[in-house]
Every structure is written in C-alpha cells, then in structure tokens.
Design a protein around this ligand. Sequence first.
Ligand code: ATP
Length: 241
Amino acid sequence: EREAIVLKLQDVEMAYGAIRAIKGVSLEVRQGEVVAIIGSNGAGKTTLLKGIVGLERVAGGRILIDGKDCTDVPPHKRVALGLALSPEGRGVFADQSVQDNLLLGGYSQRKDRRKVEELVEREFARFPRLKERRQQMAGTLSGGEQQMLAISRALMSEPRLLLLDEPSLGLAPMVVADIFRSIRALRDSGLTIVLVEQMANKALAEADRAYVLETGRVTLQGAGRDLLKHPDVRAAYLGKH
Ligand code: ATP
C-alpha cells in the first residue's frame, strides 16, 4: 500500500512581473519520501519552494497539503500544517547566538517555554556541534555549521515535511558529506523531505524520487536511482561519463 500524499502541486504557475518563473508544475510528495528537485541556475527551484511555503504567491494552479487546498493559506498557517523551509543561503540571524536562533525558531510557532527548551535540547542532541557552540554568534559559525543551524531551526517547528533549499551550497566536499549524513538520519527518523539541489549526483543518490526542473517546467521525473543513470541527466547535470 502506498503512503499518503502530503504535498501535491497541480499546474502551479508563478511569475515575477512579466517573467514567468514557474510554468505549470505538477508534482507530489508522499509521506516518508525524500523527493529531490534538481535543475541548473535560474530553473525556478527556489521560487517553487517559496510558492510551496507561501512566501511568494502563486499565479495559477493549486497547492494541496494533505489533500486540502492551501494555495491561499498564509505561510505561518502552512507551518502549523507541518511545513518548514530551510532557506537557501541559510538565513540564520548572524548576530544572535546559536541557542537564540533556535529559540526564535521555536517561539515563532508556540508559547510554551518548557516545550521550546525541550526542542532546543533535542536539536543539540541531533547536532552536538551546535551544542558545543550554543553561545557562539551564528555569523561566526563555519558554513557547514550555519547550514546545520538553518536545518535545526526549521526542525524547531516539528515539521512533517521539511523543505531544504540547496543545503550543500558553498560547502567543502567533506562538509557536504556531513550534511547529507544528517539528511539521511532525518529520513530514517521518518521525516518527509523535499531536497532542492544543484549537486544533482548527491541529491539523486539520496532521493526516492526526483524531478528535473528546466526554465520553470518539469522535464523529467522518476526514481532517483533511475535519473542518476538517465543519459539526459548525465549530460546536463552530472558531467560526461
Ligand atoms: P538558483 O539555483 O540559482 O538559486 P533557482 O533554480 O533556485 O536558481 P530561482 O531563484 O527560483 O531559480 O529563479 C527563477 C527565475 O526567476 C530566474 O530567472 C530568476 O532571475 C527569477 N527571479 C527569482 N527571484 C526573483 C525576484 N525576486 N524578482 C524577479 N525575478 C526573480
């Protein structure tokens, strides 16, 4: 039996003024899946994630969360429905401590102090590196640590669906491996994940399924493993072999 559909996009269109950034994208994400969205610079990956969480408005089509039309639901309500975004470029508060970044993430969703502190401790157990640096200003963390913090902060809302925008961006290969290990652990804990990546090989190797986005359209979709072997994908995104 197949798992329930957590997220469904039907013919979603998005635009910046006259620029059509997303031109009718349909996709679905089932509970427990890791779904990758790959594509080159400017393909529309970040735009699509913003549409999913409600940070940019959708010009056409529908976004369904658990089968419910949420196309016009504001971002904070989508968080309450179980969505959380770890944004591209991390977006941590540079002049706040690691711990305060997490607390801020927690209090945006709930008021119960004890519960929020419990969630911070859970994150510190997940990422011991962050625990060691709990008092350090986020802006002085390494790139990889900032990425961990961004993911961790997104997890403070206890999402069912985590959307990761280019978690490997600008990181050294060993650090990328660390981040992907963390993503795998989250998947193993049952979390559903949408992974936007330019590092197509890494993303496809992790993903149950994947979509290739080219100038605002899905041009290929399939099992991560199959796309990894697909000649068009290899030629465009994985270098020649
Ligand atoms: P990257 O990997 O480089 O972040 P991407 O696939 O995430 O690329 P988007 O950032 O979603 O792509 O951009 C899609 C298109 O929309 C691009 O042509 C981009 O220039 C345009 N775009 C993105 N944000 C805006 C904006 N705020 N105003 C106008 N155009 C935008």
